[in-house]
Structures are given as C-alpha cells and as structure tokens.
Write a protein that binds this ligand. Structure first.
Ligand SMILES: NC(=O)C1=CN([C@@H]2O[C@H](COP(=O)(O)OP(=O)(O)OC[C@H]3O[C@@H](n4cnc5c(N)ncnc54)[C@H](OP(=O)(O)O)[C@@H]3O)[C@@H](O)[C@H]2O)C=CC1
Ligand SMILES: C=CC1=C(C)/C(=C/c2[nH]c(/C=C3N=C(/C=C4\NC(=O)C(C)=C4C=C)C(C)=C\3CCC(=O)O)c(CCC(=O)O)c2C)NC1=O
Length: 291
C-alpha cells in the first residue's frame, strides 16, 4: 500500500481525503491509503483522518506520496520539499506560478526518480470529452473561450495561471499556441478583473481567451468556435459521469505510481503542462507591459 498525506484542507483537499477513504473499486487508487493530513490551521481531525505536522509527513517512511491541495502560491515550495524528501507528488493545477519554476520541479522529480503529477480535472469532465470528439477533424478558422466566475481569494496568482484550465482546454483542442497580445483590466475595489489574450494556432488562426471574475458572475464557459464547415456556439450538453472528477484524477495518478502509464503518454502530458505554463508566463508578461 502507498501511504499518502493530503496537504491543505480546502475544497480540493477535503475531496482528496474523501476519495482516498473510498477509492473506486478495482481501480489503481485502491493501492493508496491515507495516513494523515497537513494543515497550517489546527483542525485535529478531518473525516476521521488525523492531522500530522509537515515535518512528520516529510520524514515518515510509511508516507510515500503527497497530494498538494493548497492555494497556488504554496505549490512550488511544497512540491520541492516533498520531492527532496523522496516522495511522489500529485499537485492541483497549476504546479507553479512561472514556467522556469515548473521546469526546475520536473527536473527534480526526474533526478529523484519520483512521479510528479499535475491534476487537470477540466479535461475529465463529460462536456470536455464530448467537445474534444466534436472538434476532432474540423479546421478552426477563429474561436473564443470566455470564462466567468466569482472572485478568487488571495494566493491564486496571476489570472493566466489561476485560469490555466481554460488555456489547457484550448491547447488540447487546437494544438500548441503562441501569444499575440494580452491585457488585464483590474478594479481591485470592486474585486473585478478581466484578462483578454489573443492567441494564434500553428496555422495562424486567431483564438481569443477571456478570463473574467467578479462578484455575481456565475461559473460558466462560453464558446464560439468557427470552423470551415460549421460553427459551435455552446458546449455539448451531456450527463455527468458517475465517477467524480477528482476520483478519475486520483486513478490516473495511482496508475502512474504503479508504472501503468506508457512513457509516451507521460512525456506528452509533461510537454503540454510546460507549454501551457509557458503561455501563461508570456500572457502575464504582455499584460504587465501593456498596463
Ligand atoms: N476547488 C476546485 O474545484 C478545484 C481546485 N483546484 C486547485 O486546488 C487548489 C486548492 O483550491 P481550493 O481547495 O478550491 O482552495 P481553498 O481556498 O478552498 O483552499 C486553499 C487552502 O486554503 C486553506 N483554507 C481553506 N479553508 C480555509 C479557511 N476557512 N480559513 C483559512 N484557511 C483556509 C487551506 O490550507 P490549510 O489547510 O493549510 O489552512 C487550503 O488548502 C488550487 O491550486 C486550485 O487551483 C483545481 C481544480 C478544481
Ligand atoms: C460552488 C463553489 C465553487 C468554488 C468555490 C469553486 C472553486 C474552484 N473550482 C475550480 C475548478 C473547477 N471546478 C469545477 C467544478 C466544481 N467545483 C466545485 O467546487 C463544484 C461544486 C463543482 C461543480 C461540479 C471544475 C470542473 C473545475 C475545473 C476547471 C474548469 O473546468 O474550468 C477552481 C480552480 C481554478 C479554476 O479553474 O477556476 C477553484 C478555485 N468551484 C465551485 O463551483
């Protein structure tokens, strides 16, 4: 059994503990067992699991795996500490708030011979799986992805990083991209922000990504994809799958721990993750230059 610790008890951390306590039967995650959780607050217990100190988590030999579920600004440091301590790491996206930090972390994982896995539940939703099928084989002429949501608490980083899931959608659907322009409108006093990035596909087709957050904005993604043959103006409407998104991700991570994922898939994932973080970095740079 792979002893596991969950670090950070928020929305994601609680779901991680829940899933570790009741893994999907006959799945790789049955090989994981939760040994405790780490929090900067004194919580004592969570779902019957005991709080342990960070030092204990790093030092205990029966803990081989860490799931880092804290806010984004803490990820880089926590991943580094657990990898240095010889643990495998699963981190909620984004793994870091710069491209160079992410490259360093991958190098460290490789050097230590440990699995580094970045969760991407946005790729596991039923609507995305259908969208990917619907887009396959079509030629994009021009497209827009407009995300809206409520304001984030502090610690989530520049919006191209906290919104990396939207960038990841675009890259998964249309291939590697370049950034043409980017700008950020921010009204701190109103807790409002809007990031607009102009991207180009390898065929120089324009894609617009808008990431907009503010009080009263509900969590939604609007698409407008114009292909040579048709236009898509809404996400496919499909029923939710029975297995939860974080549970699907945990299974993928557990398969990596058990060596069941082909190297070519691991390499492709790592390349996509680094590519998206590089785009996020460039978007941040251009937004700050244009401000
Ligand atoms: N929520 C989701 O659906 C998804 C989240 N993610 C990613 O997961 C990570 C964590 O996100 P999420 O769980 O939503 O963030 P939260 O804001 O819920 O939690 C972040 C951290 O804040 C601390 N915290 C939580 N509640 C409180 C509180 N009441 N008072 C003080 N501190 C608190 C916890 O750390 P501590 O226990 O140390 O105090 C926790 O790990 C992010 O990287 C995000 O991008 C990715 C995909 C989906
Ligand atoms: C209700 C309050 C609520 C909060 C506080 C919330 C937080 C939250 N959801 C996220 C992603 C996500 N959140 C969800 C889905 C959910 N996540 C949920 O907490 C719930 C109830 C669903 C509903 C199914 C998905 C699918 C993602 C992946 C990103 C995406 O698809 O855009 C993220 C990561 C950053 C991001 O991509 O925006 C945060 C911080 N989501 C919420 O819906």
């Amino acid at each position: 059994m792979l002893g596991t610790v969950v670090v950070g008890i928020g929305t994601a951390g609680r779901v991680r503990i829940r899933d570790l306590l009741s893994p999907l039967s006959s799945s790789a995650s049955e090989k994981m067992t939760v040994k405790g959780f780490v929090s900067r607050r004194s919580l004592g217990e969570e779902q019957g699991v005991k709080q342990i100190s960070l030092e204990e988590a790093l030092n205990r030999e029966d803990i081989e795996v860490a799931i880092v579920s804290t806010e984004n600004t803490s990820h880089e440091d926590q991943i580094r500490r657990f990898l240095e301590a010889g643990k495998h790491v699963c981190v909620e996206y984004p793994m870091a708030l710069s491209y160079t930090a992410a490259v360093d972390l991958w190098d460290l994982a490789q050097q230590k011979g440990k699995v580094l896995h970045e969760e991407h539940i946005e790729l596991l939703t039923a609507d995305f799986k259908q969208l990917k099928k619907d887009v396959a084989g079509k030629n994009i002429e021009e497209g827009t992805l407009h995300f809206t949501g409520g304001p984030l608490q502090g610690g989530f980083g520049f919006p191209s990083f906290s919104g990396i899931a939207r960038l990841t959608w675009l890259v998964e659907l249309f291939g590697e991209l370049t950034v043409k322009t980017a700008s950020l409108v921010e009204e701190k006093e109103n807790r409002y922000m809007k990031l607009t990035a102009q991207l180009l596909t390898q065929d120089q087709r324009p894609l617009t990504w808008i990431e907009e957050r503010g009080p009263g904005l509900s969590r939604a993604k609007n698409i407008n994809f114009r292909f040579d043959t048709c236009t898509m103006e809404q996400l496919p409407i499909v029923p939710r799958e029975p297995v939860g998104l974080f549970m699907q991700d945990l299974n993928l991570f557990a398969q990596k721990l058990l060596g069941q994922v082909p190297p070519a898939q691991l390499q492709a994932e790592r390349r996509r993750i680094l590519h998206c973080l590089e785009l996020a970095d460039r978007i941040q740079q251009l937004s700050q230059e244009s401000a």
